[in-house]
Design a protein around this ligand. Structure first.
Ligand code: OAD
Length: 239
């Protein structure tokens, strides 16, 4: 591990780099991941909570789940993994892109400047009628479900199953993946597409791939470096 860390650290000093993060980077902050033995999808059904159909059928139920997650996230802090990525960005101006599947906002709170949010942001609300977006950090949120001044329900501005990634976020992420010389895959099960496909895009475009995860992932076979362990312990060692 020490050799890999050293090589990776020195490449980060000069290379164009992308960090691609998932729920695992927030695990050490106390935010539950989706998969794995403690994962949210063990106890909750994605079809009932994270699809446009579920919201149309029972907006209150969907909102209760998002409100519960917002309350958890509002009570936790970014961990050393988030903070290390913000520091790597500061040290590599113009050479570093953070692409996240997370909606929790912990990268922003750790000081990352422009995280590309593939799956949206749990603190943004979007009107199901007029499409206006507002920022709302109230937790718990009252009343549920919240309404837009235009009268229609507001929904969390996150990407649900069956929905497309926002075009501008996807373009930025795709472009960064094709340009990357080093592509870090951090705390993600690499199972949800199209986001997961960025690893292969980067590899095919010539990036050297590093996976940081305590468990095996489908990206391991594309990786030059597989660093097994918690992101909050490994990332600070890359500084
Ligand atoms: P998952 O819950 O699928 O995977 C979390 C990954 O983090 C697993 O591979 C764990 O082994 C790893 N992990 C756990 N603790 C870790 C730690 N301390 N350090 C590093 N890694 C750790 O989460 P995602 O891959 O982010 O989509 O899931 C992708 C998408 O599926 C999410 O964005 C969400 C979900 O359904 C939407 O909401 C659209």
């Amino acid at each position: 591990m020490e050799d890999s860390l050293g090589l990776l650290r020195s490449s980060l000093g000069t290379a164009r780099c992308v960090a691609f993060t998932g729920a695992g980077i927030s695990a050490e902050s106390g935010v539950p991941t989706f998969r794995g033995t403690q994962g949210l999808w063990r106890s909750f059904s994605p079809e009932k909570l994270a699809t446009p159909e579920a919201f149309a059928e029972d907006p209150r139920l969907v909102w209760e789940w998002y409100d519960w997650r917002r309350q958890i996230i509002s009570q936790v802090k970014p961990n050393p993994g988030h903070r290390a990525l913000a520091e790597i960005e500061r040290r590599a101006p113009g050479r570093f892109t953070l692409v996240t599947q997370n909606v929790d906002g912990l990268h922003d709170r750790a000081g990352s400047r422009h995280p590309v949010k593939l799956h949206g942001d749990i603190w943004q609300l979007r009107c199901t009628g007029c499409a206006a977006e507002i920022r709302n950090e109230q937790a718990p949120l009252e009343p549920l479900p919240p309404r837009c001044p235009c009268g229609a329900f507001l929904r969390p501005a996150v990407v649900w199953f069956g929905e497309a990634i926002p075009e501008d976020a996807w373009e930025q992420a795709f472009e960064a993946a094709t340009q990357a010389q080093v592509f870090l895959v951090i705390g993600t099960s690499v199972t949800v597409y199209p986001a997961a496909g960025l690893v292969a895009v980067a590899r095919k475009s010539g990036a050297r791939v590093a996976v940081l995860n305590p468990d095996p992932t489908p990206a391991d076979e594309l990786a030059e470096w597989v660093l097994r362990g918690p992101a909050g312990q490994i990332l600070p060692r890359l500084l």
